[in-house]
Design a protein around this ligand. Structure first.
Ligand SMILES: [Zn+2]
Ligand SMILES: [Zn+2]
Length: 709
């Protein structure tokens, strides 16, 4: 998060993040380099390392409001301990050992190794530490490193150049604002850049994005953004991030189509590069191979990031849908093949790790919708997430089958239908869409309305219909409302209130879980196990989930035979350092959240939030007064007291009167002539706040507007 004062000072330079001064960044870089060199110096794979401080902070910012990752509380994983070689060897299954005793390799290694037929490995040597020429002959891995060195021969490489780091900047310990840095040496690849929605305590905040100071500080090394899919929690922060960091963005057609809409709204230009499933792109020292996944939005992809150290596989947001709506199947073949070749680290979706069994196919929702559409006598109003393209598709198909016309309500939903429709990801039957104004001219049983508001969001279509203040749609008896989504934890109350209001207006509401009108887009336990079995990674990093989900996902991997020290439960900002034989948490970088309020990015910090909370709980009291120190020190005007949200002034005039008396009592001629204006303001505020707490038990915000003439 960005400190208020810093932003104020630098307001002429734009956003809080952009306001980080370049001199400061340079200084920070030196600091980081030194810190890393210190760590490297102490970094030999000996037993001593077991006592190393895993969380030695590499703080890259002095920002005091930035949320630093707390010290680790438990030890599921090795928590910074070096997974020693004997343990790692144990984990390498027999299948993973080739005839000549060499371990299977990342694709680059294999590619190179067939040239030098006889490959001699140095088994106990930490390749991160090696740079001698003999190893270039013996170790094909080093050949990749050499190639990388040739490409980037602008400066003499240090051992730091060969470190592979995975740094989650968001998405861990939360569901939302996913963003992960993959860094080899200094070169950075960013996977996703998503947003989160504010929680109840964030008064007036529109959106929350990850604190990407780390990317700003390393902006010259950011090679690309690679996107998994078009959901807000994966692309929503990019309109802000891309203002500060210019790098190409790779993603599928629909993902980039949805992103483009957002970028245009925010007047941000970016270099968008479309990739197809099974396509591979070379980005700096990385080769990124995309493969198809199934999820609640079409064109979702996972990626295998081939690095000189090994392959990192990112499988964020997926389910194994065996009958996907768009007929695009998850690429089990490629995923297994990559697993066979050897995956060093797997990042996998933890959202539904607590759900037993397999998730149902999205197609099952279609059968339930058909049942409802055929039996409903009046209008049907369906709500779901705007981004749930497959769900909207099924509503369109059910409407077509029952000869109903469809009106789309709500900007988010309309945008999605337009973009997905124009890119061919939504099959919109001919003439099925009608303008919302036309619904009253059609018979009730010929109308379907699709709208947002499945989470009870205050300004959404359904919430306004339920409270009777939607301009075009008035709920009436005979209407059937289908809430085709489960409330996200925390939204249950607002959804229940909406449902109550709809019933009050005479509608039939179908919202319960057992009605079959919603299935999750995330894999359940058995699917997660299946993925781990297919990929057989050496190291495992659960992502996309609250802390307990990540923890349980790590446990799940352990149940499948992964050694505990090879699974990692991280907090945002923690640095996972990966090499071929070991993986450990080593330091942290700046992470946290940046709050977006209207046009302000990062200009609302904890202090402002606290004031907003105080205002919302107890209101505000404003005291105004003019006094003079000249000749006869005295109060010239006032004190006047105004309040809002505190008490009903007319009925509590005596309290207001007593407050004035308290102020007059402290404004003795001596005090007025001796003290400064600043002191007087503070004194008045503390006298008033003490009095108000004593009399009312409330703590309103107190403002003293005092002038001296
Ligand atoms: Zn997600
Ligand atoms: Zn998603």
């Amino acid at each position: 998060m960005v400190d208020d004062t810093k932003v104020n000072k630098a307001s002429d330079k734009g956003t809080g993040i952009r306001a980080l001064k370049s001199e400061k960044i340079k200084g920070v870089d030196v600091m980081v380099n030194r810190a890393i060199e210190r760590i490297l110096a102490a970094d030999t794979p000996t037993a001593d390392n077991n006592n190393a401080q895993p969380n030695s902070k590499i703080s890259t910012s002095g920002d005091k409001e930035t949320v630093k990752s707390p010290p680790r509380k438990r030890a599921t994983s090795n928590n910074g301990r070096v997974a020693d070689d004997s343990q790692s060897k144990k984990t390498a299954s027999k299948k993973n050992v080739t005839k000549n005793g060499a371990e299977p390799d990342a694709p680059q290694r294999k590619k190179k190794s067939h040239k030098t037929k006889k490959v001699v490995f140095v088994p106990n040597q930490d390749e991160d530490q090696v740079s001698s020429s003999q190893v270039f002959i013996a170790n094909p891995l080093a050949v990749s490193q050499q190639k990388y060195r040739q490409v980037n021969n602008t400066k003499k490489p240090t051992s730091r150049d060969y470190k592979l780091r995975v740094i989650p900047l968001g998405g861990l310990g939360e569901v939302g604002k996913n963003m992960t840095v993959i860094q080899y040496g200094e070169e950075i690849l960013v996977v996703d850049g998503g947003l989160a929605f504010p929680d109840d305590g964030m008064y007036g905040i529109d959106l929350v994005i990850p604190d990407y100071s780390y990317l700003v500080e390393n902006r010259n090394h950011v090679r690309a953004f690679c996107l998994t899919h078009g959901h807000e929690d994966h692309i929503g922060a990019l309109p802000y991030v891309l203002k500060d960091i210019q790098a190409p963005v790779y993603g599928s057609t629909l993902t980039l189509g949805l992103l483009k809409g957002k970028l245009n709204e925010n007047k941000v230009k970016a270099d968008l590069r479309e990739v197809k499933a099974r396509e591979e792109v070379e980005i700096g020292p990385f080769k990124v191979e995309f493969f198809r996944l199934t999820h609640s939005i079409p064109d979702s992809m996972g990626m295998a990031i081939h690095t000189p150290v090994g392959t990192i596989m990112v499988v964020s947001d997926f389910k194994m849908d065996m009958s996907p709506i768009d007929g695009e199947f998850m690429d089990f073949g490629r995923i297994s093949a990559l697993g066979e070749k050897g995956v060093l680290l797997l990042l996998s979706d933890s959202t539904n790790v607590e759900k037993e069994g397999f998730s149902s196919s999205e197609r099952t929702v279609g059968y339930s919708l058909d049942r409802i559409f055929y039996s409903a006598k009046g209008r049907i109003i369906v709500t779901s997430f705007a981004s749930h393209v497959h769900r909207v598709q099924q509503v369109l198909w059910s409407a077509e089958r029952t000869e109903r016309k469809v009106a789309v309500v709500g900007r988010g939903m309309q945008n999605m239908v337009t973009i997905a429709g124009s890119l061919g990801y939504l099959d919109i039957p001919q003439d099925i869409l009608i303008d919302i104004e036309r619904i009253n001219s059609l018979p009730a049983d010929k109308v379907v309305v699709i709208t947002t508001g499945s989470q009870g969001e205050p300004l959404s279509g359904l919430t306004r219909m339920a409270s009777g203040d939607h301009r075009q749609v008035q709920i009436m008896p005979g209407d059937t409302v289908v809430i085709s989504a489960n409330p996200i934890p925390g939204n249950e109350r607002t959804v229940a209130k909406t449902v109550d209001n709809l019933f009050r207006l005479g509608a039939t509401v179908i919202h319960e879980r057992n009605e079959g009108i919603h299935v999750s887009g995330h894999a359940s336990k058995e699917e997660l196990k299946m993925l781990i079995n297919m990929v057989k990674p050496r190291f495992f990093l659960p992502v996309h989930g609250e802390y307990r989900m990540l923890y349980k996902h790590a446990q799940l991997a352990q149940q499948l035979g992964m050694p505990e020290e090879n699974t990692f439960v991280l907090e945002n900002g923690e640095v996972l350092e990966v090499s071929r034989r070991r993986c450990r948490i080593n330091g942290t970088v700046t992470s946290g959240r940046v709050l977006i309020d209207g046009l302000g990015v990062g200009d609302v910090g904890n202090t402002v939030l606290k004031e907003r909370r105080q205002l919302s709980e107890s209101g505000v009291i404003v005291l105004s007064m003019i006094y003079t120190k000249q000749k006869r020190p005295r109060i010239l005007a006032g004190p006047e007291i105004y309040s809002q949200g505190f008490i009903f002034e007319k009925e509590y005039e005596h309290i207001i009167g007593e407050m004035k008396e308290k102020v007059v009592a402290i404004c003795t001629p001596e005090r007025l002539s001796d003290g400064s204006l600043h002191d007087l303001r503070n004194q008045v505020r503390s006298v008033l706040s003490r009095y108000v707490v004593e009399r009312t038990g409330r703590r309103p915000v107190i403002m003293a507007v005092i002038c001296e003439v």
